[in-house]
Design a protein around this ligand. Structure first.
Ligand SMILES: NC(=O)c1ccc[n+]([C@@H]2O[C@H](COP(=O)([O-])OP(=O)(O)OC[C@H]3O[C@@H](n4cnc5c(N)ncnc54)[C@H](OP(=O)(O)O)[C@@H]3O)[C@@H](O)[C@H]2O)c1
Length: 256
């Protein structure tokens, strides 16, 4: 990859990259020349992502930690800066919902979702921004969801956390813009990845079809269909773009 889409010489951290969208985005960033630090909680999956990157001719470093572990997350950013020299791109991707109705959701279950989908992303961005601001160049990319804009039943904590993540994206963009750091979000629609086929939405053919028909393109997204968005937001191609939420949903959110 050359020109404005090249990420040669950049170091990226992708959280939640042991499978799914995080793995696909890690591969895309590595193919564009970035050295990718691959995170997840379990070592097996992140090793597999690193192997896939190496097989594609890229460079990767595995780094297992739980993004909600305050000390471990801060230590990971510091370790990247110390061992790889700089952290230029942070992709806050680790996240999930719990599929519970509001009346079934305890305070602890609400807090768990807000912790992983919002609080942990803030702490990682704040820590990563220190070096980025010092070097006057940085890219923070938060993985949101169409559920920040349109709601699905049994999903209140996730919708709230992702909407908060988008508010945070705009606020940090304004705060760190003068220091050369852009902050953007990607809001994917419903994506089919090899690892999440067993969720009720995906395994039930009727539900699967209902969600496909909800999109302008009449199909689910594939895991690698965020590749273009993440590479664009990670490099010089998006130099004048900040505080933006790039919706990648096959037209779900514009269709009646
Ligand atoms: N797939 C979709 O349709 C869709 C749509 C809209 C938005 N999104 C968003 O896109 C992101 C990725 O989704 P996905 O479908 O690829 O999810 P996934 O297949 O469930 O993968 C989630 C990844 O996050 C890791 N993870 C979970 N909690 C973590 C934590 N506390 N610390 C570190 N790693 C953690 C998991 O690895 P370990 O288990 O090893 O930790 C795994 O690598 C999420 O933020 C999700 O909300 C997904």
């Amino acid at each position: 990859m050359t020109g404005i889409f090249s990420l040669a010489g950049k170091v990226a951290l992708v959280t939640g990259a042991s499978r799914g969208l995080g793995r696909a985005m890690s591969l895309a960033l590595a193919r564009s020349g970035a050295h990718v630090v691959v995170n997840g909680r379990k070592p097996e999956g992140i090793e597999a992502t690193c192997k896939a990157i190496a097989a594609a001719g890229g460079a990767a470093t595995p780094m297992a930690f739980d993004t909600t572990d305050v000390a471990a997350a801060a230590a990971a950013i510091d370790r990247i800066e110390a061992e790889l020299g700089h952290l230029d791109i942070l992709v806050n991707n680790a996240g999930y919902g719990n599929g519970r109705t509001a009346s079934e959701t305890s305070d602890a279950q609400w807090s768990e979702i807000v912790e992983v989908d919002l609080n942990a992303c803030f702490r990682l961005a704040r820590r990563a921004s220190l070096g980025m601001i010092r070097r006057r160049w940085g890219r923070i990319i938060n993985i949101s969801s169409v559920n920040a804009h349109i709601a699905r039943e049994a999903n209140a904590s996730y919708c709230a956390a992702k909407a908060g993540l988008e508010g945070m994206t705009r606020a940090l963009a304004v705060e760190w813009g003068p220091m050369g750091v852009t902050v953007n979000a990607i809001a994917p629609g419903y994506m089919m990845t090899p690892d999440n086929m067993e969720t009720p939405l995906r395994s039930d053919p009727q539900k699967r079809d209902r969600f496909a028909q909800r999109t302008a393109l009449r199909r689910w997204g594939q895991a690698d269909e965020l590749d273009g968005a993440v590479v664009y937001l990670a490099g010089d191609a998006s130099a004048y773009c900040t505080g933006h939420v790039l919706v990648v949903d096959g037209g779900m959110s514009v269709k009646i």
